[in-house]
Structure formats: structure tokens, C-alpha cells
Design a protein around this ligand. Structure first.
Ligand SMILES: *[C@@H]1O[C@H](CO)[C@@H](O)[C@H](O)[C@H]1NC(C)=O
Ligand SMILES: *[C@@H]1O[C@H](CO)[C@@H](O)[C@H](O)[C@H]1NC(C)=O
Length: 414
């Protein structure tokens, strides 16, 4: 009996050793499910000639986690997937995103670099419960934004910009994503209205260059710092923005917003303010006196609206100020001239208004860096003031007197 028993022990020893050995390998070895998902990803995408992203994806290699470009793993599971090299000389990938990506359930980050990937965004991406970053920018993705993305509890950054996405923005993206900080949906063909309340504690929301309609949400998160909805078809008053005290960048240009500009939007902390080409009316409000001044880097563009009244001193220190093509009246205050001569205001566009005077300082030369445009107002622009944009060259220096008279008598001008 001794012999078989010894043999048995010997075999057991081998077996245990073999198991321990393979167990150690399993620690690093990629899970078979993840490997199958990566194979499906490779099947559905190709390098555009000149791109060499997939050359390292050799499925016979013993350890894909350490040899495949674009993946990182943790304990045999793929945790980040970055598709494409992202090199500026690379044209990226073509093909489509296959639903099997969603089998990589430990993914925290899925990035597709700019390329020509087309087809829909797979709704199955909503299964990636750990996803924090989803960036599929600058490709040719089509179809709707899947509403399943609103069930990604960890999502922090969503960038689907510069694609060909259509349909409405699922309202759950604005209300159900507790971790969402950055949402960039710019340059698609998205339509429909925004929800009435945006409750995610978003810092950066970019919806520009779409076909969105409707009004601003009644309530936006007080955390927001960057908001753009430029070049859509939105309308209504600029309400709901006054309480956004963290706002540094606001671009609602090229819409159909109407009514007055709420005076809390004029504050130096909000140093990039773009409201041009809307249907805004009323005066440029003078906020309460404050020791804070706009400074270097500030830009305010209110051009191509229906603003009336005189220029408020508070905007005098803005570095680039565009008030052209409105219905502004009166003389330009001294403060403006001081900043223009001092060089702290670099651009001051006042053309196409009803302004009656500019306090030129006799003998002082405008700095070469300054663009000051005063054409087509109710005054003759001072000699030597030539800072108008090329497009307004060759136009009349002054507005016809009949219009100025009519305006100063309170009649409306067509
Ligand atoms: C992904 O998972 C589904 C469901 O478990 C399975 O049917 C499918 O074959 C998997 N895909 C790949 C490429 O392994
Ligand atoms: C633009 O504003 C005027 C009033 O100032 C209003 O009568 C008109 O309907 C507005 N147009 C749009 C498209 O909002």
C-alpha cells in the first residue's frame, strides 16, 4: 500500500504546485471575457492608413495587459481603454463601436480619439457601472445619445462633441448623474428643449452649435463655471443665471434670447460674456458700485442686439468690448477714453449705434494695439480713429442725420 500512497502524494504535490503556478499567472492574466471583448473591439475598428494603433494588439501574446497599446488592467480586468494613438499626425480609427465594449465591466475610462468612427453609440455602454470618463469626440457617430447613459452612477466627464448625433439630450443626463462635472455635447445636430431643472453639480456645460430650442432651464446648478449654448435656436429671457455666482464664462450668442440683460451678469469675475446676435433689449445696466474692475483678458460682446441707453462706466475697463450694432445713445464716458489711451482696452467696437460723441484727448495718440471703431453713429468719427473690422470698411462714416433726429425724438427706427 505504501507505493501507491507515495505516488498519490507525489501526484497531489504536482497538482497543487501546478495549481499554485497557474493561480499566480491568473493574477496578471487578462480575464477571458475581457479578452473576447477586446477581440470584438478590434474586429469593429481599423486604423486609417497612417495610424498604427492596433499593431500591438496580438491576441497570441501571453500578456495583453502589458503589451496592448491603449489598455490598463487591474487584477486581470481592463480598467481603461483608449482607442487611437491621439498623435496629431495620426488620422485615427474608422469603423464602429461594438456593443461588446460593455463586457469590460470594470472600465473607468473609455476614450476614442478623433477619427472617422461612425454608427450609433451603443446603448449597452449604460452597463459600465464604473465608468468615470466617456469621451468619443471628433468622430462621425450618428443617431441619438442613448438614455441609458443617465444610469452611469460614476460618470464624471461626458464628451460627445463634434459628431453627428441627433435627437434630444436625454433629460436624465441633467438630473440623474450625481457625479457629473463636465458635459460637452457641442457641434452635433441635437434638437429639442433642455429640462426645466438641471440638478447635476456640473462645472462645465457646452451645448454650442446644435439645434436646441426652448428657454433656459429655470434652475441651473450654482456650481457651474462654464456655460455655452451658443448658436442654437433658444429663446426667452435670460432668467435663472443671476444666482450662478461661480460663472466665469457665459456664451449664449447667436440665439433668439430677448428681454433685458440681468445686471448681476455684469461683474468682473464673469470675464468672458458673449451675448451677441440675440434679441436683447433694454439698457446696459449699471451694477452697484464696486471696487472690482474688469481687467486683462476680459471680453464682453453684446453686439447685434437692441440695447438702448448710454454706456455705463462699469464696462470701461473691459479689454475687448463689442457693443456695435445696438441702439446706444449719448456720449462715450471719459473712463472709456482713458482706458483706450492707456492701452488696457484693446478693442472697443461702438459702430452702428446712435452715439453722439467720443472724448478724444487732443494731442494724444491712440496706441497701435488699439482697435477703436466709431463709424455710423450720430457724430463724425475723429480723424485718425481707424480700428474698424474689415467688413465695415467702405461704409458711411456717420449715420444719416434724419435717423439721428428721429431717434432722439423717441421714434423707433426700422
Ligand atoms: C459579451 O457578453 C454577452 C453577455 O454575457 C455575451 O453574449 C457576448 O458574447 C459577449 N461578447 C463578447 C465579444 O464576448
Ligand atoms: C424680439 O424682441 C421683440 C421685442 O423687443 C419681440 O417683439 C419679438 O417677438 C422678439 N423676437 C423673437 C424671435 O423673440
Amino acid at each position: 500500500m505504501a507505493k501507491p500512497r507515495a505516488l498519490f502524494l507525489f501526484l497531489l504535490f504536482l497538482l497543487v504546485n501546478a495549481c499554485r503556478h497557474s493561480h499566480q499567472q491568473d493574477q496578471n492574466k487578462i480575464s477571458s471575457g475581457d479578452l473576447a471583448a477586446l477581440a470584438a473591439v478590434k474586429e469593429s475598428l481599423t486604423d486609417i492608413p497612417g495610424s498604427d494603433f492596433f499593431t500591438t494588439w496580438d491576441f497570441t501574446a501571453p500578456d495583453p495587459c502589458s503589451t496592448f497599446t491603449g489598455i490598463t488592467c487591474s487584477v486581470s480586468r481592463v480598467t481603461t481603454l483608449t482607442l487611437g494613438t491621439g498623435l496629431s499626425n495620426s488620422r485615427g480609427l474608422a469603423g464602429f463601436l461594438c456593443p461588446s465594449v460593455s463586457n469590460l465591466t470594470e472600465l473607468t475610462q473609455l476614450v476614442l480619439y478623433p477619427g472617422l468612427v461612425t454608427g450609433p453609440i451603443p446603448p449597452q455602454l449604460g452597463l459600465l457601472r464604473n465608468l468615470r470618463v466617456l469621451s468619443l469626440t471628433n468622430n462621425r457617430l450618428k443617431g441619438p445619445i442613448p438614455s441609458s447613459l443617465s444610469s452611469l452612477p460614476s460618470l464624471h466627464t461626458l464628451d460627445l462633441s463634434y459628431n453627428q448625433l441627433t435627437g434630444t439630450v436625454p433629460s436624465g443626463l441633467f438630473t440623474e448623474l450625481a457625479q457629473l462635472k463636465v458635459m460637452i455635447l457641442a457641434s452635433n445636430q441635437l434638437s429639442g428643449e433642455l429640462p426645466r431643472i438641471v440638478s447635476a453639480e456640473i462645472l462645465h456645460l457646452d451645448l454650442k452649435d446644435n439645434s436646441l430650442t426652448g428657454t433656459l432651464p429655470l434652475r441651473l446648478p450654482s456650481t457651474i463655471r462654464y456655460l455655452s449654448a451658443s448658436n442654437n435656436m433658444m429663446w426667452g429671457p435670460l432668467n435663472g443665471l443671476q444666482s450662478l455666482l461661480e460663472l466665469e464664462f457665459l456664451d449664449l450668442s447667436m440665439n433668439k434670447f430677448s428681454g433685458p440683460i440681468p445686471s448681476p451678469l455684469f461683474r468682473p469675475a464673469l470675464y468672458s460674456l458673449f451675448l451677441q446676435r440675440n434679441n436683447l433689449s433694454g439698457g446696459v445696466p449699471s451694477p452697484l458700485p464696486s471696487s472690482l474692475m474688469y481687467g486683462a483678458g476680459s471680453i464682453v460682446d453684446l453686439s447685434h442686439n437692441f440695447l438702448t441707453g448710454e454706456l455705463p462706466p462699469v464696462l470701461a475697463a473691459v479689454e475687448a468690448l463689442f457693443l456695435n450694432s445696438n441702439r446706444l445713445t449719448g456720449r462715450v464716458p471719459e473712463e472709456y477714453a482713458k482706458n483706450v489711451y492707456g492701452g488696457s482696452t484693446k478693442t472697443l467696437y461702438l459702430q452702428h449705434n446712435y452715439i453722439t460723441g467720443f472724448p478724444l484727448e487732443a494731442g494724444l495718440r491712440l496706441p497701435d494695439t488699439v482697435s477703436l471703431c466709431l463709424t455710423y453713429n450720430c457724430m463724425v468719427p475723429p480723424v485718425g480713429v481707424t480700428g474698424c473690422p474689415a467688413a465695415s470698411d467702405g461704409q458711411q462714416l456717420s449715420r444719416p442725420e434724419s435717423q439721428c433726429l428721429a431717434f432722439s425724438h423717441g421714434r423707433s427706427i426700422p
